[in-house]
Write a protein that binds this ligand. Structure first.
Ligand code: DHB
Ligand code: FE
Length: 266
């Protein structure tokens, strides 16, 4: 749809593309290589795989627009949990699970079960927020999300939780592990051509929503993980690094993570 904003964005994009081509003195052959990368991304894309997004991610574009979109607008936003990119593996149909339930239904031998719990709070007043929804998703220890792996049951390592009257949520999950982004397509090729690795540090994805507050899409990162300094998609922020600690007297989890989510009022 033509809008003033759309005209502004396209005019600027065109100007910068021209400036870029002039700056590097781009040749016809080089331009065509770029066109072929984009076409390859289109061919690789399926409902399960958003290769265009992956291409943007390895050059840091999704992280940059995430930062621009959520940049501080108020004191409350300053105090709130920081955002991080959505990434390509979110599903809109997470099953709602009871407080304290597990999201792991194919727990691999090498997995470390974790109890994750905390509260959703108003960032400023610290008032607990009941009825907030928390969507959570993570990859298994083989580095694959459930929809990439036919050995995992549907919705494994995914779930939606609703906070109770004290704003509390809790679930069992797996301690996340580092893994590569899918690298058999143009995004992987580009990373390889630039002598970079395709790995992401161990992370758990969260989306937290409640009426009257700004939605939060974020990821939390294991303090002990490799690749915190060189995430292949540039999503790590210091405030999102968390510490898993040993858990006592619970045969269902070896570690635990207490994590509060701070929401900014709209
Ligand atoms: C990307 C993000 C992820 O969270 C992930 O697991 C894989 C890839 C990405 O931004 O491309
Ligand atoms: Fe991820």
């Amino acid at each position: 749809k033509t809008t003033p904003r759309m005209r502004e964005v396209m005019t600027s994009l065109t100007r910068h593309l021209h400036d870029f081509a002039r700056e590097v003195e781009l040749t016809v052959d080089e331009w065509m290589e770029g066109v072929q990368m984009i076409n390859w991304a289109g061919q690789m894309s399926t409902e399960q795989r958003n290769e265009g997004q992956l291409l943007c991610d390895v050059v840091g574009l999704e992280s940059l627009v995430d930062e621009i979109t959520y940049k501080k607008a108020s004191e409350a936003t300053d105090l709130a949990t920081q955002s991080a990119i959505l990434g390509p593996f979110f599903r809109h149909d997470h099953p709602t699970r009871e407080k304290g339930a597990t999201i792991s239904f194919n727990t691999p031998e090498d997995a470390t079960p974790v109890y994750m719990y905390g509260q959703v709070l108003d960032a400023k007043t610290k008032k607990p927020l009941a009825n907030a929804t928390i969507d959570v998703w993570e990859a298994s220890t083989n580095g694959l999300y459930e929809q990439q792996d036919e050995k995992q049951v549907d919705s494994n390592l995914r779930g939606k939780f609703v906070t109770d009257a004290n704003g509390e949520y809790a679930f069992y999950c797996l301690r996340p592990t580092p893994y590569p982004i899918p690298y058999d397509g143009p995004a992987g090729k580009l990373v390889q051509l630039l002598d970079r690795h395709p790995y992401r540090p161990a992370h758990i994805h969260l989306i937290v929503l409640i009426d009257g507050y700004k939605p939060i899409t974020t990821q939390i990162f294991d303090k002990d993980s490799k690749y915190l300094e060189d995430d292949s998609v540039f999503a790590v922020k210091d405030s999102l690094i968390v510490e898993f600690v040993p858990r006592k007297n619970d045969d269902k989890a070896k570690y635990e993570l207490k994590y509060d989510v701070l929401m900014a009022p709209i």
